[in-house]
Design a protein. Structure first.
Length: 264
């Protein structure tokens, strides 16, 4: 039968997709690789249908391969007779343990059918949580900033694994970035924090990301004209016609490129 790789989203149970919820409800066993993903999964399926997998906290690749072989063997046994699900926080194909499982199954249990249900990833959820708009025409890079690293280069970066925010911050500011941090965004477990002050993040927490942007990276938008035309009360008083504005035309063509077509 089938193994469903189900993305649970960032951590709040109601950010699981409808399709993901259905896959969890229909699976004979729902495997979870960790405590947090387990706590989200149990909002949708009874504890009795959760299968825990044991992964050693090690960077020893031999030990990791042995653990994944064991996990894949157990999951393959379930998936041979019924449906199984393997859950991950965020999206299964973004910086996820699911990749190890997929590769191990392909090598040792190629008979298992696989279907992936995408989830809301921290790569996109950060924008809403931090009040950031990634506008059409903007580029955005994903990097890791483990152990105080400060990658630089792109105009805008989402940084995962910010485990030493003060050290990462120093490097990013030195390179000219404005930086905002998000901890435990859209998570039920632990406290959500959004800040641009790294001293508030002294305590290490793996579920911390950063958004770094060069101040001059903003891409002008057609609708900026509304803000420029607004009076002190924030209202546009001239009922302006912006249709002939070249920026309006540019935004229309950009939105068409994004599959977000303007009906005109
Ligand atoms: C190994 S990656 C997993 C990404 C996940 N598969 C996804 O698509 O969101 C883990 C990193 O993602 C970031 N992250 C994941 N969920 C988060 C959340 N709810 N709030 C803040 N950061 C989060 C953190 O930087 C963390 O170190």
């Amino acid at each position: 039968m089938t193994l469903y790789g189900v993305g649970l989203g960032p951590g709040q149970a109601d950010l699981v997709t409808v399709r993901g919820k259905r896959a969890l409800e229909d699976a004979d066993v729902v495997y979870s690789p960790g405590r947090l993903s387990r706590s989200v999964a149990t909002e949708h399926v009874p504890e009795a249908r959760i299968g825990d997998l044991d992964f050693p906290m090690t960077r020893d690749e031999e030990k990791l391969r042995a653990a994944w072989k064991e996990a894949a063997a157990e999951i393959a046994t379930t998936a041979r007779e019924g449906d199984a699900a393997f859950v991950t926080l965020g999206d299964p194909n973004v910086y996820s343990t699911f990749g190890h499982l997929r590769r191990t199954l392909a090598a040792f249990h190629p008979e298992v059918d696989l279907e992936v249900v995408p989830g809301v990833s921290a790569v996109t959820a950060f924008a809403t949580a931090l009040g950031v708009e990634v506008t059409a025409g903007a580029s955005l890079a994903l990097r890791e900033a483990d152990a105080g690293q400060s990658p630089t280069g792109p105009d805008r970066m989402v940084l995962f694994k910010v485990t030493d925010a003060p050290a990462t911050h120093a490097g990013l500011v030195e390179a000219g970035y404005d930086v905002t941090y998000g901890r435990r965004l859209f998570m039920e477990q632990g406290e959500t924090l959004v800040t641009d002050d790294p001293s508030e993040l002294d305590e290490r927490d793996y579920y911390t990301l950063a958004y770094a942007e060069r101040p001059d990276a903003r891409v002008e938008q057609a609708t900026d004209a509304f803000l420029e035309a607004s009076d002190e009360s924030g209202l546009v008083s001239d009922g302006g016609d912006y249709a002939s504005d070249p920026l309006v035309r540019q935004e229309r063509s950009e939105s068409a490129l994004c599959g977000d077509e303007v009906d005109r």
